[in-house]
Write a protein that binds this ligand. Structure first.
Ligand code: PMP
Length: 370
């Protein structure tokens, strides 16, 4: 993103920039600002000191840190993931120490949407004190999110069965193009009084993949601000045991962008405020392009008379579309047309452009009719 380059130039031009060790849990300013992006500027949990952030090695690092804490200090053994989920979840949760890895139903191949009845049934059967991983928005790989009403019903089950919500927030802004709207599910759970963990990633929202910028946000219940201090000292030990401290550069970029406008004015850095708005615009441009490609692919498939219903290509959210091809069909499209996707037919919509979208549609048509 162009504005990231500008900020980087400014950071690296600073003659006081050093390469000292950072605090084990990263940059203080980043740890204040990143959770606010998800929980909201006026989050009572943050203001009351019962929620806090720790800089991690991106979203994946946050998942790993949280897993170690849940297993080592809270004795959780069972984790539930959506079926399907992002491939790496299983690996992180197993290596992080969960011994019982389970799935709740999520994808319904018949409707090419969320199998909400199946999901609720499975959650209702989950043993008490299980950890439930929920994608905040733009679910990877299905691109199908819960409605607000469905989140409310999931929250009821979590409460009834004493299940621990573990939120994976890797795509804030990619479902609706609006950062606050996309964070609604987490804010709702926090308002209802849940204690939870959030694994937040800046890989996508700021295109900082290789810089490994993320945050583990911990939200505790009312009256537990002291526990927040105790918990953070345990997180220090986990970070020390794994990597000592997270890297500085990317978190400096992010905290520069997220800085409080008032503070920025004080420091005569009003320009940052403009850049922050520009960031929102960039996200919107990316999001709009993905939407345009979804539209183009859907139109082309319909125009060709491709058997089946292709509405899901339009309605799914985020970067991916779960096309609904069988593993055999995926093999066929790869071999014959050299179009690649995961064997469960998760395709990255960002790979489409005006020049290739019709060719992809024709290949899908050929695959489906053969
Ligand atoms: N969660 C999900 C659902 C993801 O798709 C990803 C990245 N593909 C991540 C977490 C973690 O990404 P990163 O470690 O780069 O922040």
């Amino acid at each position: 993103m162009p504005f990231i380059q500008k900020i980087e130039q400014q950071i690296t031009a600073d003659p006081n920039l050093d390469h000292e060790y950072q605090w084990f849990l990263g940059i203080e300013k980043f740890n204040k600002l990143a959770p606010r992006l998800i929980l909201g500027e006026d989050s009572p949990a943050l203001l009351g000191g019962r929620a806090f952030g720790s800089q991690t090695l991106s979203g994946n690092g946050a998942l790993r840190m949280a897993t170690e804490f849940l297993v080592r200090h809270l004795n959780y053994k069972t984790v539930y993931m959506s079926n399907p989920t992002w491939d790496n979840h299983r690996l992180v949760f197993r290596y992080g120490g969960f011994t019982d890895l389970k799935y709740y139903r999520y994808w319904d191949p018949a409707t090419r949407g969320v199998d909400f009845t199946g999901m609720l049934e499975d959650l209702k059967k989950a043993p008490k004190n299980s950890v439930i991983v929920l994608h905040m928005c733009a679910h990877n790989p299905t691109g199908c999110d819960l409605t607000r009403e469905q989140w409310t019903m999931v929250a009821d089950v979590l409460e009834e069965r004493n299940l621990f919500p573990f939120i994976d927030a890797a795509y804030q802004g990619f479902a609706s193009g609006d950062l606050d709207k996309d964070a609604w599910p987490v804010r709702y759970l926090v308002d209802r009084g849940f204690e939870l963990f959030i694994a937040q990633s800046f890989s996508k929202s700021m295109a900082l993949y290789s810089e490994r910028v993320g945050c583990l946000t911990v939200v505790l219940g009312e009256g537990h601000a002291q526990d927040a201090i105790n918990m953070s000292s345990q997180l220090v030990l986990i970070a020390r045991a794994m990597y000592i401290c997270p890297p500085k550069h990317g978190a400096l970029v992010v905290s520069t962008i997220l800085s409080d406008p008032a503070l920025r004015e004080e420091c005569d850095l009003c320009i940052m405020y403009l850049l922050r708005n520009y960031r929102k615009k960039c996200l919107k441009i990316m999001n709009d392009r993905i939407q345009d490609m979804r539209k183009a692919l859907n139109e082309s498939l319909v125009k060709l008379g491709t058997p089946g219903n292709w509405d899901h290509v339009l309605t799914q959210l985020g970067m991916f579309s779960f096309l609904g091809l069988t593993p055999r069909q995926v093999e066929y499209i790869k071999k014959k047309h050299h179009i690649h996707m995961l064997s469960n037919s998760r395709a990255n919509m960002c790979g489409l452009n005006d020049k290739n979208v019709d060719r992809v549609a024709e290949a899908i048509y050929d695959t489906v009719v053969n």
